[in-house]
Design a protein around this ligand. Sequence first.
Ligand SMILES: Cc1ncc(COP(=O)(O)O)c(C=O)c1O
Length: 456
Amino acid sequence: MAANSVRKSWKLGRAELDTQWFDVSRDGMLLVKEGNYQYNIYDLVKKYGSPLEIVFPHILEEKIEQLFAAFKTAMRRAKYRGRISYHYPMKVNQNKEFIIPILSEGADLEVTSYNELWLLKKLWGQNHFNASIKVLCNGPKIPKYIDLITELRNMGLSIVPIIEDLGEIERLKGFKGDVGIRANIDIKVRSHWDKRFDQFGTSPEAILKLGRIKNLKILHYHLGSQIEDGKDIVLAAQKLTALYIKLRKTNPTLDTLDLGGGFAVPYSKTKLYPVDAIANSLVKTISKMTRKAGVPAPNLIVEWGRYAAAPAQISIFKIIHAKPVGGGSKKKWYVIDGSFMNDLLDTWAIHQKWHVVPVNRLNARRMIPVWLNGSSCDSDDKYTASGTYIRLPNIEDLEEGEQQYIAIFDTGAYQDALASHHCLLSSPAKIVAQDGDITLARRRETPEEIGKLFGW
Ligand SMILES: Cc1ncc(COP(=O)(O)O)c(C=O)c1O
C-alpha cells in the first residue's frame, strides 16, 4: 500500500485531529515529526522496551502557541483591551517533563492541592521560573495550604487563592493579597462531567449577596471536561460575563474572568471544534456584552488542560499473544503487556475512547478485528472501543522473532496521576523525545520498588 493511503487509513498527519506530527515510514513504521527531526517509534520501543510512554514536549509547546495565537488574533480583531493568560492546571499532568516546557511557553499555573503547590515551591527554589508567573489556587483551603499560599506571596510570587465556597471567605480572612471566587453556574453542557449537582463553587445569587469582597480580582468557573460542543463553551461564558457585569458594580477591583477548563480533545479522531473559532466567539461575545454594559473588557484566563497535555504523550504496548473472544465472535483478544486499569484508567472509569495505531506493520496486508486485553487478572481490564472493535495487523503473519507493538494516542492527560498497581504490575517506563534526543524520565519499576509501596 502506498504511504499516502496508509497515512490516510490511520488518520495520521491531520491537524484537525491532532495527528499532524504523526506519519508513516516507507516500510510501515510509525514516525513522529518535530520540525526536521523525526522519531521512529519502533526503534525506540526496541531500545527502551515496553510498556513505554513517550512524551513530546514540542507538541505541548505548539498547542499552547496555537492557543495564544488564536486569542491574540481574536482580541486584535475585536479591539479587545483585556489580556489573555493561559493557566495550565497542574492536575492534568504533574510530571516535570510536562511542567517545564509549558512554563517555557509563557503559561501560568493553576494548582488544586497543598502538595501541588509544594512542588511548585521546590521548582521555584531551583530557579525554574521567575516571580512574574501567576499561580491560581483551587481546592479546599486547609490551614497548611493557606499558610503555604501566604508564605509564597510573602516571598514575592503572584498567587491568588480562589474561594470555592462561602466558608472559605472566613478561612481566608487574614490573607492580604488578591482573591478570586468560583461561581457555580447552572448550565447544562454535553460532557461526561455535567452532573445535576455540581459540588464546586457558589451560586451567582449567593455571590451577589456578599456585596463587597475584599481584594476580589478574579471571577472563575469550571464547567466540566471534554465539552463536546464548542457552542456550550461560549454559552457558559455568556452567563459568566453577565454575572461579572453585575458583580463589578460592588467590586471595582474585579478585572479578570477565568473560564476554566473543558476544551475537548479529538480522542476518537473525528473532527471537533477548532481553537481559533472558539477563541473568536468567546472574545466577540464578552467584548460585546461588556461594551454594552459600559464595563471595561476583563482580562481573560483559560485553563484548558487536556487540550494541551493529551496529544503530547503516546503509550506503547506489545501484543503478547492472541486468543479467541469466543461466543461465535470473529474477533480476537490481543493481550497487551500492560494494563488499562493501571495505566490508562479512564478506559475503565469513563469508557474513554482511544485512537489505537500499530507501531510497526501499519501497511500490513491482513488486518483483523480485535479487542485489547490488559495483563491484570481483572475482567474489566480491557479495551473494546465501546463494544465495537479495533482493526490491527494479524499477528499470525509476523516473521520469526518479530513483535507487534501498538501505540495509544493522546494519553498525556490525567492518566499518570490516576495510575495504580493492580496485580502489582510495573508502571511503564517513560522517555522524552525532544530536539532529536531521547532522555529517560522514569525507569520501569522493579519488583523491589513496587514492594516498597506496599510495606515490603
Ligand atoms: C478548576 C479546573 N480548571 C481546569 C481543569 C482542566 O480541565 P480540562 O483538562 O478538561 O481542560 C479542571 C479539571 O478538572 C479544573 O477542575
